[in-house]
Design a protein around this ligand. Structure first.
Ligand code: HEC
Length: 152
């Protein structure tokens, strides 16, 4: 490939972002591993704050702000990994992920918007509002897992 071709190829990649063209070349097994890794990290930063609204974990504003910031970025990552090409790869994703795509996307959007809200409120918000925002995020995890993930 000439340099010019490589450059225009790169420009195309940048232009389409994580669009279908770039994803089509990803191995399905790799996409599954990546989406699971993103979810694993979501679990890592969600865990310490999940129990704060109920008092199971002591409230710590600093932890919430830090973790919510991480979660805001992580919550954008799993979704392009649920590409159609992955539907036959063994994973905990139920077939509904690939058939009921509108509902799945809506559940993912809800998670992202409640996390974005939490990240906002966690910067200087009072304890009650932050706890309410954490609880709102929590509902979205189960809300999706109940319909789209194999029972553990
Ligand atoms: C829109 C749907 C959806 C939402 C919202 C969602 N998840 Fe998931 N999650 C899934 C699916 C589907 C899987 C199984 C993925 C697979 O096996 O490929 C999964 C897997 C996981 C895993 C296991 C990862 C692994 O493979 O080891 C963890 C941990 C997890 N989710 C945590 C969370 C937490 C915490 C939240 C909320 C903050 C959340 N998820 C929100 C759909 C969702």
């Amino acid at each position: 490939m000439t340099t010019k071709l490589v450059i225009s190829g790169l420009a195309l990649l940048v232009g389409t972002g994580y669009g279908a063209a770039a994803l089509a070349q990803q191995k399905p097994e790799v996409l599954v591993k990546q989406r699971q890794s993103a979810m694993t990290l979501v679990g890592k930063y969600w865990g310490p704050i999940a129990g704060m609204p109920s008092g199971k974990a002591p409230y710590n504003a600093e932890t919430v702000t830090r973790n919510a910031g991480y979660l805001e970025v992580l919550s954008k990552m799993p979704w392009d990994g649920f590409a159609d090409s992955t539907k036959d790869v063994k994973s905990a994703a139920l077939p509904a992920v690939f058939t009921d795509t509108a509902k799945f996307k809506e559940a993912g959007d809800r998670m992202q918007s409640t996390i974005a809200q939490l990240a906002k409120v966690s910067k200087g918000g009072d304890e009650a509002s932050v706890k309410a925002a954490i609880a709102d995020v929590g509902k979205t995890c189960a809300g999706c897992h109940d319909n789209f993930r194999q029972k553990q």
